[in-house]
Design a protein around this ligand. Structure first.
Ligand code: ASP
Ligand code: MG
Length: 426
């Protein structure tokens, strides 16, 4: 069996939905198929805006009207036959009504994140209902599945953790029969539910991860993420127009690149695939002739450098004011509390040190006092750009230092981290 994943851009309007149908017909008949689909276009952002208005008890009619109109416009364009348009409209209206009853029941003293998970996933529910109906009208044998009944998570609202054993059981109960009888399963990315059936979400852009979860638990032969780009590029073409496409990439490299900011796949996607050695294809839904990028276990491929970018990084610098040399032991002892999983690198020299992190540190008054007492000047910098190079070649460092003013870095033969002021392109 195989898994397809279509993101928001691939279902953003009626033509795109038709294109998804064509891809499923052309490439999906090789064994059984499960299709994971995201919310249409930028609908998740639209739902977030709606929720913010609702939460402030402001009039939400304009946001809500925009969401409704967006979906309704798509069905009026998609279905020429009046009867089909009416049926599709009924499907949407039922979901709109369900949502409205959630709006009515909002309790402002409750947890915002919990409410977020109740509402935001409707982007996916609407989109998959609509695509499933379209595919059925095109003659495909599809079944729509509510992912909240399959993906079991804990209650960490907005970034829920999957309960793999419970989900495996549900996959057996809810999906296997359909796949065995040759039906194409259409389901949502990004959403699940806790053991009490309260909806949860896996984190923004989490649909890739959902597809990988299904692929893992169904022992898929392969998974394809259909995107509006050709595949995985070695860097951001907006910054380096000479970016190259990877024909092949190892799991390890793909995981590192996505973790360090390459936005082409969600960072959590790789692990469940690597575990079962399932190849991941990243391909263009616009140019289906091209084979895109294949990510798998093979490592001995032509290695080209990759450069990823991530914003919002933090740098803490300590410099000796007293011309004394760094007392490494002492300073490490007092900084013990700030080290966490978010730290990217620590850079020491005899006059001081810098620590780069994904998150800002919260420094207690006591710690500040000790830093001062040991004769250090503290500097904190926020919102920095991280430039991450994997497999550097001999001139990359020079190219980067020419372009950005680097505040701190750590480099070795295999990886280089640079922190720079984002706007400061020299
Ligand atoms: N629709 C969700 C989002 O935009 C999940 C996804 O697209 O992967 O974050
Ligand atoms: Mg999306």
């Amino acid at each position: 069996m195989q898994v397809f994943k279509f993101g928001g851009a691939s279902v953003k309007d009626a033509d795109s939905v038709c294109n998804v149908g064509k891809i499923i017909e052309q490439f999906g008949s090789d064994g059984s198929l499960l299709v994971v689909i995201s919310a249409m276009g930028k609908m998740t952002n639209a739902f977030e805006a709606l929720l913010n208005t609702l939460w402030k008890s402001e009039n939400y009619m304009s946001e809500w009207g925009r969401i409704r109109k967006y979906h309704l416009d798509i069905i009026y364009e998609l279905f020429e036959e009046e009867q089909n348009a009416i049926e599709a409209e009924e499907i949407l209206l039922a979901l709109f009504n369900e949502l409205e009853s959630v709006f009515m029941s909002i309790e402002h003293n409750k947890n915002y994140d919990e409410l977020y998970d109740k509402i935001i996933g409707y982007g996916e529910l609407l989109s998959t209902r609509l695509v499933a109906y379209h595919l059925m009208q095109s003659g495909l044998d599809v079944v729509w599945i509510d992912a909240r009944k399959v993906i079991v998570t804990d209650s960490s609202w907005r970034s829920a953790n999957v309960d793999w054993d419970a989900t495996q059981k549900r996959v057996g109960e809810e999906l296997l029969n359909y796949l065995e009888s040759g039906k194409i399963i259409i389901t949502q990315g990004f959403i699940g539910a806790n053991a009490e059936m309260s909806p949860t979400t896996l984190g923004r852009e989490g649909s890739d991860y959902s597809a990988a979860i299904f692929a893992n638990l169904l022992n898929a032969k392969k998974i394809t993420i259909w995107k509006d780009v050709q595949g995985v590029l070695n860097t951001d073409p907006k910054i380096f127009p000479e970016a190259q496409l990877f024909a092949y990439l190892s799991y390890q490299e793909a995981a590192e690149m996505s973790y360090h900011g390459a936005s082409v796949i969600h960072p959590k996607t790789i692990k469940p695939l690597q575990e079962k050695n399932i190849p991941l294809y990243v391909r263009s839904f616009l140019d289906t002739q091209k084979s895109g990028t294949c990510i798998d276990n093979t490592v001995s491929r032509k290695i080209i450098p990759s450069i990823s970018f991530r914003r919002g990084m933090y740098l803490m610098m300590l410099e000796s004011k007293s011309f004394g040399f760094l007392e490494t032991q002492k300073i490490l002892e007092i900084l013990k509390g700030v080290f966490s999983d978010e730290v990217l690198f620590v850079h020491f020299n005899r006059m001081g040190l810098s620590i780069a992190s994904e998150e800002k540190f919260s420094l207690s008054d006591d710690l500040l006092e000790q830093i001062n007492f040991l004769g250090f000047e503290l500097k904190e910098l926020n919102d920095l750009l991280m430039i991450y190079v994997k497999n550097p070649d001999s001139n990359i460092e020079q190219v980067i230092r020419k372009r950005w003013r680097i505040l701190s870095s750590q480099t070795d033969k295999y990886r280089m981290y640079f922190l720079a002021e984002p706007e400061e392109i020299i």
